[in-house]
Design a protein around this ligand. Structure first.
Ligand code: ATP
Length: 442
């Protein structure tokens, strides 16, 4: 079945996300908290699966990229060296009338977009969250919550080179939380103050950097397609020289067609040797790679594919969302379905006894459920008509429904119903684990 629907109303997704346990407003019983969001049971599993899919492609399926996990609060000198203390700012304007704040580059005309009031002159606002380390709230103890995960890879470059017998080109990858005191968070989980990133720094010989840059742009674009994003909702956008970040020689964004328009999903940058150079200067340590052949100490260039785990979760949900008119079991119906890639779907299968008041069906269903959950996240549901139970699973993207019916009692097979085609096949209980494994891996 071709899936052509394009969700142009974010509220529909926000509502489904809340109703079905993907994303809840943060601190809701206290009236929320400035665009913070919590991930519910389904959102948590989806996010874990997205991160696993990223690791699979970026680390597990390659032999040149190593994973690390570095501290969220680092030595503050890291952020002086990287340029974030001096320059990680957005221009901020205040409305003199209603006191709302805006990013100067996002308002035009000099008048408040909310009330038409007069705006102040822009001033630079640093996006890093400050905190104090230790018991004394004094200047010396100021530290920052990291605004990106990338610096962890540069700071640990030497430790990796010294211990891991790497050969150029090689990469260091990390997934983790980052924090930015965004002036205008919004569009659901598109822009939040606390978010998760999936970043990789790929170190290459100077001179080969543009080749590798093109390579990573292609790899990353293909990754989104591999995990189900439709190509008509993806595009590449190369930055103009005037919008390049201070560290970047060249940047291409992978953009997604959100309900509010095209926006960044991931940025791929050629950072040259900017980072290793400034950390050499500020730390006094040599951050080089020793080339056994030429006997030279090389300072590599770096290509950085920087993706958002939470922002891509939004794109995966939006792209999967569909409302379909269907006919199933002889009945006309409209269903909401998430066509999530099976590897990303929170639950891989639902186990459903046809009737809840027939103990042999329920017993066998519980047995199948117990057996499967050692291998996969699966869900058990015995309440309501079977059609309604299918709809519930469609709405959370469960790729397979396994129904235990009267035939199951006779021949130990179950009905496997495919979420997308709604077609059914019978699979022997003994075969279910390998059958599912073959259908839900990425
Ligand atoms: P923008 O221009 O949208 O502020 P950026 O260019 O500063 O983003 P990067 O610093 O390149 O973003 O971060 C890499 C990725 O991290 C982004 O492509 C995005 O997926 C994610 N990301 C960055 N900021 C946020 C945020 N505030 N909320 C959610 N995800 C974010």
């Amino acid at each position: 079945m071709a899936h052509a629907y394009h969700l142009d109303d974010m509220n529909k997704l926000v509502s489904l996300a809340k109703r079905r346990g993907f994303v809840f407003p943060g601190s809701e019983i206290y009236g929320g908290f400035g665009n913070s969001w919590d991930y519910g049971p389904l959102g948590f599993l989806l996010k874990e699966n997205i991160k696993a899919a990223w690791l699979r492609a970026m680390v597990q399926e390659r032999d040149d990229v190593l994973p690390i996990e570095t501290a969220i609060i680092m030595n503050p000198r890291v952020w002086v060296a990287s340029g974030h203390v001096a320059g990680f700012t957005d221009p901020l304007v205040d409305c003199k009338n209603c006191k709302q704040r805006f990013r100067a580059d996002q308002v035009s005309g000099g008048r408040c977009p909310e009330c038409g009031g007069e705006l102040t002159e822009p001033r630079q606002f640093n996006l890093m969250f400050k905190t104090y380390v230790g018991p004394v709230e004094e200047e010396a103890a100021i530290a920052y919550l990291r605004p990106e995960t990338a610096q962890g890879m540069f700071v640990d470059f030497k430790a990796i080179v010294d211990t891991m017998r790497v050969k150029l080109p090689f990469g260091i990858a990390q997934i983790g939380k980052s924090f930015r005191n965004e002036i205008t968070p919004g569009n659901f989980i598109f822009r939040t103050r606390e978010f998760e990133q999936m970043e990789m720094e790929y170190f290459v010989r100077p001179g080969t950097d543009m080749e590798w840059f093109d390579y990573w742009v292609r790899q990353r674009y293909d990754w989104y397609v591999r995990y189900g994003i439709r190509t008509e909702n993806l595009r590449l956008r190369q930055h103009e020289p005037s919008e390049l970040a201070h560290y970047s020689r060249c940047t291409t964004d992978i953009e997604y067609r959100y309900p509010f328009g095209w926006g960044e999903l991931e940025g791929i940058a050629n950072r040259g040797d900017f980072d290793l150079r400034v950390h050499e200067e500020h730390s006094g340590e040599q951050l080089r790679y020793f080339d056994e052949e030429t006997r030279e100490h090389i300072r590599p260039y770096v290509i950085e594919p920087a993706a958002g785990a939470t922002r891509s979760l939004l794109a995966f949900l939006l792209d999967a969302y569909d409302e379909e008119r269907i006919s199933e079991g002889g009945k006309e119906d409209v269903r909401t379905v998430l066509h999530l890639h099976p590897a990303l779907a929170p639950y891989k299968a639902a186990v459903l006894p046809l009737l809840r008041n027939r103990p042999p069906l329920v017993d066998l269903a519980r047995e199948v459920y117990t057996r499967l959950r050692r291998h996969f996240y699966v869900v058990y549901d015995e309440t309501g008509a079977i059609g309604r139970r299918y709809r519930r699973q469609d709405e959370i993207g469960t790729p397979y429904c396994l129904t235990i019916d009267f035939q199951s009692l006779e021949d130990q097979t179950v009905t496997v119903r495919d979420r997308d085609t709604m077609e059914q096949v019978r699979v022997h209980i003994e075969e279910l684990v390998p059958w599912l494994a073959g259908h839900v891996t990425g």
